[in-house]
Design a protein around this ligand. Structure first.
Ligand code: ATP
Ligand code: MG
Length: 170
C-alpha cells in the first residue's frame, strides 16, 4: 500500500524494458477515446523517461514535427486536425513545470484557462505547481531500474482515468 493513494483509485503496474516498450504503451494509449479530454501527470526523476513517453504518444497521435521538451518554455502546445481514432480536431498541451516558480504566471500565461479547456493535458513535474493543477485523471510514476528498464505505476483518480486504465493491459 502506498500512502496518499486514493482508496478508490485503480492502480496498475507495468515494466517498460526498453524505449520500444514505452513506444508500444504510447501507441495503445493513443487509441483511447478518453484521451481527448483528460489530464495526465508524469512523475519521475530527471531522465526517467517522461518526455520520451510524451514524444511517442504525440507521434502515435499524428504529430509530425519535432516534439521539444518544454523545460524552458514550460508549455508546448499542439493542434491536430484529426487523429487515428477520430476525425475531429484535438488540442494538446505538454507542460513541464520543473522551472515553474512564479505563481502569477499561472494566470498570466493562461494555464488556468488551458486546464479548463477540452483537450489532452500532459504535465511533467506537476509537483512544482501542485497548488494550481487540478486533480489528474491519470498519474504515471516512472522509476529507472538497475537494469535500465522502467517500472511504471499508473493510478486512475477519476472515471476518465479509470476508462484509460481499463484499456491498458498490465
Ligand atoms: N523504457 C525505457 N528504457 C530505457 N531507456 C529509456 C526508456 N524510456 C526512456 N529512455 C531513455 O531515458 C532518457 C529519458 O529522457 P527524458 O528526457 O524522456 O526524461 P525526462 O523524464 O523527461 O527527464 P526531465 O525530468 O529532465 O524532463 C532518454 O535518453 C531515453 O532514450
Ligand atoms: Mg522531460
Amino acid at each position: 500500500m502506498q500512502a496518499g493513494v486514493d482508496h478508490h483509485a485503480i492502480v496498475k503496474s507495468l515494466v517498460w524494458k526498453d524505449e520500444t516498450a514505452t513506444q508500444l504503451f504510447a501507441a495503445a494509449l493513443s487509441a483511447q477515446a478518453a484521451l481527448r479530454n483528460c489530464y495526465i501527470e508524469l512523475h519521475g526523476e530527471l531522465g526517467a523517461g517522461k518526455t520520451t513517453l510524451v514524444r511517442h504518444l504525440l507521434q502515435a497521435l499524428g504529430v509530425t514535427g519535432r516534439v521539444k521538451s518544454p523545460t524552458y518554455s514550460l508549455l508546448e502546445p499542439y493542434q491536430l486536425t484529426h487523429t487515428p481514432s477520430s476525425p475531429t480536431p484535438l488540442q494538446i498541451w505538454h507542460f513541464d513545470f520543473y522551472r515553474f516558480n512564479d505563481p502569477r504566471e499561472w494566470e498570466d500565461a493562461g494555464f488556468r484557462d488551458i486546464f479548463a479547456s477540452v483537450g489532452l493535458k500532459l504535465a511533467e513535474w506537476p509537483d512544482k505547481a501542485a497548488a494550481f493543477v487540478p486533480r489528474a485523471d491519470l498519474v504515471l510514476r516512472i522509476e529507472v531500474q538497475p537494469d535500465n528498464a522502467r517500472q511504471v505505476q499508473l493510478v486512475a483518480q477519476t472515471p476518465i482515468g479509470a476508462e484509460l486504465l481499463a484499456a491498458i493491459s498490465a
